[in-house]
Design a protein around this ligand. Structure first.
Ligand SMILES: Nc1ncnc2c1ncn2[C@@H]1O[C@H](COP(=O)(O)OP(=O)(O)OP(=O)(O)O)[C@@H](O)[C@H]1O
Ligand SMILES: [Mg+2]
Length: 250
């Protein structure tokens, strides 16, 4: 059974960092193969995971749509796109990375997006976990590119602005006809517990600010180089082990 988690939140709160830490924790507890999806137009998850993406879905989409040969018209084009998607999966130890790339331009993308959706649905079934790092803000939720996930984790700053932002995301989700098993907030860069009323969401806990994590990013190194006893890594492991209550999807 596949479980899917999407990470959301304001810019710079630590979405990509926590996504990568979660992936390392899941791999360490042998939770089955993981599909990491980088859905941020400014793709950085690969760097944090120490993987060089093969390419992006966006580049592939444009290449295929711009091809003028008769072989690549209509259905042929869609087949070409589907085959290309498969090749964009970047394989690494225990996980694969799929990088979406920049958002769509003004063309009509309905047909390729249908192919992409069914490719992603089919692909997801081969993994124990699908973890998606999203762009900052609420666009991906209102555009409904984040749809029907088992867990939506909002990474928040433990400040007044951070709390208001997390609550806005929770309120937005409540207005949309999408199915999300568990909505949770992770407070990043604080050692303190943040005790606020979150409406329909769960307080998943806090991840401390950690110099080793910060230095990794400064030096462009991956989360797999962190010490096993690293406090931020351990905090993420605790959240995954103790607080996760994902609805079972079939
Ligand atoms: N717990 C932490 N301890 C130390 N540094 C952290 C921590 N979490 C994140 N950072 C640092 O904060 C910066 C922003 O983190 P990150 O890129 O993960 O945020 P983001 O939410 O993905 O940003 P964006 O909105 O631009 O995608 C990075 O330099 C990262 O190393
Ligand atoms: Mg990011």
């Amino acid at each position: 059974m596949t479980r899917s988690i999407a990470i959301s939140g304001k810019g710079g709160t630590g979405k990509t960092t926590l996504t990568a830490l979660m992936i390392r924790c899941l791999l360490e507890r042998s939770a089955g193969p993981v599909l990491a999806v980088d859905a941020d137009a400014n793709a950085c998850l690969g760097i944090t995971l120490g993987v060089e993406p093969e390419g992006t879905i966006a580049d592939l989409r444009d290449d295929v749509l711009n091809q003028k040969t008769p072989l690549s018209q209509g259905a042929g084009k869609l087949k070409l796109f589907e085959m290309g998607c498969e090749q964009l999966l970047t394989e690494s130890k225990g996980f694969d990375l799929l990088t979406m790339g920049r958002p769509e331009g003004p063309k009509c993308y309905c047909a390729v997006n249908n192919v992409l959706r069914s490719f992603l649905d089919r692909l997801s079934g081969s993994y124990g976990w699908v973890i998606t790092d999203n762009e900052a803000g609420m666009e991906h939720i209102s555009r409904r590119t984040t749809n029907n996930v088992d867990g939506l984790f909002i990474v928040g700053e433990p400040t007044r602005v951070g709390i208001v932002t997390a609550k806005r995301i929770i309120e937005l989700i409540a207005t949309l006809p999408i199915s999300i098993g568990q909505i949770g907030v992770i407070w990043n860069r604080t050692g303190k517990e943040v005790d606020v009323e979150l409406g329909g969401a769960v307080n998943l806990g806090s991840v401390p600010h950690d110099e080793e994590v910060f230095n990794l990013a400064m030096e462009g190194r991956s989360v797999f180089e962190l010490d096993a006893e690293n406090p931020a890594l351990k905090a993420v492991a605790t959240i995954l082990n103790e607080k996760l209550n994902l609805a079972q999807r079939t």
